[in-house]
Design a protein around this ligand. Structure first.
Ligand code: GDP
Ligand code: MN
Length: 391
């Protein structure tokens, strides 16, 4: 789960992380009042769940309240398109107004859960700011990575190593040490997956200040992070994913055109891989779960088809706890009720598979049956292709 920059800054301040003073505003007049309170110059920043705002015109230093209100008026209620949002952009619903800082250098510092290393990794770079992606691509050696052993926490030698890489010494080094420890504390205690500070500004008086913060939390830990869960902004999320999470279905929307309904995360991953192997692109990851009911299958089906990119559906279910005849009945009911106008390939395997297949073949729906996963993937890719050919 992601949160906005202003929320991340307020959250991090609780852990003693140095952030600028600021106020959030939802209208131009609120932005004017916030700017007056903070004083000039100040910075007005679009709040969306995406980076790249600076380059896209979503961040502006303003010198008086008219300028603050005019800029807020300009960007509020409209989509902001950045290199991270896709062409449709994200609607700006709030701006964050904060005191301007006299920046000497912009550094990069983040903590991410590094699955391969088995722990949180501190990632830092001397050249932070808006060009970080280019730096990472062109001079990967400039990126410092320090993996923390979660049992012992951040060690002093690791802080010295990262600080040296950033060109910080003396008083700056100790300030950086305190900062990294509070970031790490926030990361650990809030069940973060990613905590990115870019830029971490070094001011002209030497102080370090967090100018931008991006936080991502482990969705599976939200049950014990109720304060974090309250920061959720569902207007920033894919409505299909929001509905899925309400229904208890694991669903992730993707860019392809073949909708997949699978039970079990592993089988779902395998199904997506094999669709790609046959030249198709999955429109989603969808795991209905091991013991899903007939109703759940129906809901999942509806969810899949609400994505207008979907040109074909592949149902790949292994009947274990959930019997194949129950799935088949669920698929038939849902397909009949919703009226599926795209090719539908169903592959069932496991308990009561014969009864399940019989139900499918007896139904008046044009369901394409398949035996193996490979067979199913091949059939749906071909059916989608044939249909595109006709169009
Ligand atoms: P992003 O482009 O979405 O990552 O947004 P950022 O919050 O990182 O802002 C982009 C750039 O705006 C930063 O790299 C800074 O150069 C500048 N910026 C952000 N906050 C301030 C500020 O308080 N003062 C000044 N002078 N510049 C800022
Ligand atoms: Mn940034």
């Amino acid at each position: 789960m992601n949160i906005h920059e202003y929320q991340a800054k307020q959250w991090l301040a609780r852990f003693g992380v140095p952030v600028p003073q600021g106020r959030v505003a939802a209208t131009a007049e609120e932005a004017r009042a916030a700017a007056r309170e903070i004083g000039f110059p100040c910075v007005v920043k679009a709040q969306i769940h995406a980076g790249g705002r600076g380059k896209a015109g979503g961040v502006k230093v303003v010198h008086n309240d008219d300028e603050a209100a005019a800029f807020a008026e300009d960007i509020l209620g409209k989509p902001l398109v950045t290199h991270q949002t896709g062409p449709e952009g994200r609607i700006v619903r709030r701006v964050w107004v904060e005191e301007a800082s006299r920046i000497a250098r912009e550094l990069y510092c983040s903590i991410v859960l590094d699955a391969a290393a088995g722990g949180p990794a501190i990632i830092a770079c001397r050249e932070g700011g808006m060009e970080i992606e280019e730096v990472a691509r062109e001079t990967p050696d400039a990126i410092i990575i320090e993996v923390v052993d979660p049992l012992v926490g951040v060690q002093p030698f690791q802080i010295r190593r990262v600080a040296a890489g950033l060109g910080l010494s003396g008083k700056e080094l100790s300030a950086f040490g305190v900062l990294v420890r509070s970031l790490y504390d926030a990361f650990l205690k809030s069940d973060c997956m990613q905590l990115e500070i870019n830029p971490l500004a070094q001011l002209d008086d030497g102080r370090l200040l967090v100018l931008d913060a991006k936080m991502n939390f482990d969705g599976n830990a939200l049950f014990r992070q109720t304060d974090v869960a309250e920061l959720r902004d569902i207007t920033e999320e894919d409505p299909k994913e929001v509905r899925a999470s309400d229904l208890g279905i694991s669903y992730v929307a993707l860019d392809g055109n073949i909708g997949c309904m699978v039970n079990g995360a592993g089988l779902a991953m395998g199904t997506m891989d094999i669709i790609q192997q046959y030249g198709g692109m999955p429109a989603n990851f969808l795991d209905v779960g091991g013991g899903a009911s007939k109703e759940m299958v129906g809901q999942a089906f509806r969810l899949l088809l609400s994505d207008d990119k979907v040109r074909g559906v592949l149902v790949n279910i292994f009947g274990g706890i959930m019997r194949c005849d129950v799935i088949a009945a669920g698929v038939i009911d849902a397909a009949r009720e919703i009226g599926v106008s795209v090719p539908l390939v169903v592959r069932l395997q496991g308990t009561n598979v014969e009864q399940g297949r019989e139900l499918l073949s007896k139904s008046d729906l044009s369901i394409i049956p398949a035996d193996t996963i490979a067979d199913a993937a091949q059939k749906i890719v071909e059916a989608v292709r044939a249909q595109e050919g006709d169009a």
